[in-house]
Write a protein that binds this ligand. Structure first.
Ligand SMILES: [Zn+2]
Length: 389
């Protein structure tokens, strides 16, 4: 295991472990971050004094065992703007995972830059107003944007101008650190929170199949904790295929997104999304539809196998609508990965994760908490001072 050395890294690792575990006794926390209890005790003391974590007495799990239970603080608030499924969600929640405020705004695919700008500005103003009215200090804001690339001023998927967003944030929330990311980072981070501590071991390739389709390579929290996106949804698999919202034709996304799936099932996408993991049970799926879904799963598998040829990850997690299907349908994905990945399925561990469809802004808020943790839980300067009144 890699040794964690700097104070910044140790603080991040401690907070990351508490975040994933939902709270921990000191010995388990020390073991989780691969350090001794003595070596983390000062950091725990600091984080407690800063109000980032809380320690409470809990019934001991075994005789003579620990009794002080540490959790992230519910007193620290973070905010998120998450763009997903033709909507923008603005939200405020606590570091410990409680959602305090959510407002959805319509943001249909293909909306012009001026309308997107107006909606984003309104969302930023509403977050700032909600927090100000309640004297809530927002320690971090995270914005999750489909197709976001820091090298491009606007995303090819949503006509959101990053510079104008930064201006709005500077005007309304000047003291709150903001992190703009690709929505796949938010999805991957939201999933990371859902699976808890140390389940996979090592880095993994995370694929999300929903309204948008994308992937990310996620490093272990005890390592760098980095999440690097991979635009697998916009791998062109049929240049003569249908128009994608990115402007190209025949992207994987046009074949396997929930828009495509709703088409096959002849239902509304919004209705499909609202059913979460129940969709295979809720709808009557014809023989032809089932066969077509399998064809699409095969294309998804081929694309994943090819992605693994470019980046040799062993652990693969697929989240989204395929996870709700019976094992025989999911096997099509695995088979197709085996057909395109050099070396076949050998040494690849594939996991399907539940849909997480229609759960916005859970991923956005998870990303905000994660961003605060990755910068080691340093609070805003004025928030550290006791109230002067
Ligand atoms: Zn595309």
């Amino acid at each position: 295991m890699r040794l964690i050395r700097s104070r910044h890294d140790t603080r991040s690792a401690v907070l990351g472990y508490l975040w994933c575990s939902g709270g921990s006794f000191r010995p388990d926390l020390a073991q989780g971050v691969a350090l001794t209890e003595a070596s983390i005790s000062r950091i725990i003391g600091d984080l407690k004094a800063e109000g980032v974590i809380q320690e409470t007495r809990r019934a001991v799990p075994y005789r003579g065992g620990p009794s002080q239970f540490i959790t992230l603080s519910n007193e620290i608030s973070v905010a998120a703007i998450e763009i997903s499924n033709n909507r923008l969600y603005s939200a405020i929640g606590t570091l410990a995972g409680e959602t305090l405020y959510v407002a959805p705004y319509e943001l249909p695919d293909g909306l012009g830059a001026a309308e997107v700008d107006a909606t984003v500005s309104r969302a930023v103003c509403d977050i700032a107003a909600w927090a100000t009215q309640r004297s809530i200090t927002l320690e971090q804001l995270a914005v999750s944007i489909p197709g976001y690339d820091p090298d491009l001023r606007a995303s090819p998927i949503v006509a959101l101008d990053a510079t104008r967003l930064a201006d709005a944030l500077q005007r309304e929330l000047p003291e709150t650190p903001a992190r703009l990311t690709n929505s796949m980072v938010a999805r991957a981070v939201g999933h990371r929170l859902q699976i808890g501590t140390g389940v996979l071991g090592g880095s993994y390739f995370f694929v999300f199949v929903g309204h948008g389709v994308g992937a990310a390579i996620v490093d272990e929290l005890a390592g760098s904790g980095d999440v690097e996106t991979c635009e697998i949804g916009h791998v062109v698999i049929d240049p003569a295929g249908g128009l994608c919202r990115c402007g190209h034709t025949g992207c994987l996304e046009t074949h396997v997104s929930t828009v495509a799936l709703a088409d096959i099932l002849a239902v509304q996408e919004s209705d499909l999304l609202s059913r979460g993991d129940c969709w295979p049970h809720d709808y009557r799926i014809s023989v032809q539809a089932r066969a077509e879904i399998r064809v699409r799963l095969g294309r998804l598998g081929l694309a994943i196998g090819n992605a693994l040829n470019l980046n040799r990850q062993r652990n693969v997690v697929i989240a989204g609508w395929p996870g709700a299907l019976p094992a025989e349908d999911r096997a099509v994905v695995m088979e197709a990965i085996g057909q395109s990945r050099l070396g076949g399925l050998q040494a690849v561990a594939l996991t399907f994760s539940n849909a997480s469809l229609g759960r916005e802004p859970v991923s956005g808020l998870a990303l905000a908490a994660f961003s605060f943790i990755r910068r080691s839980g340093e609070r805003r300067a004025q928030a550290r001072q006791p109230a002067s009144s």
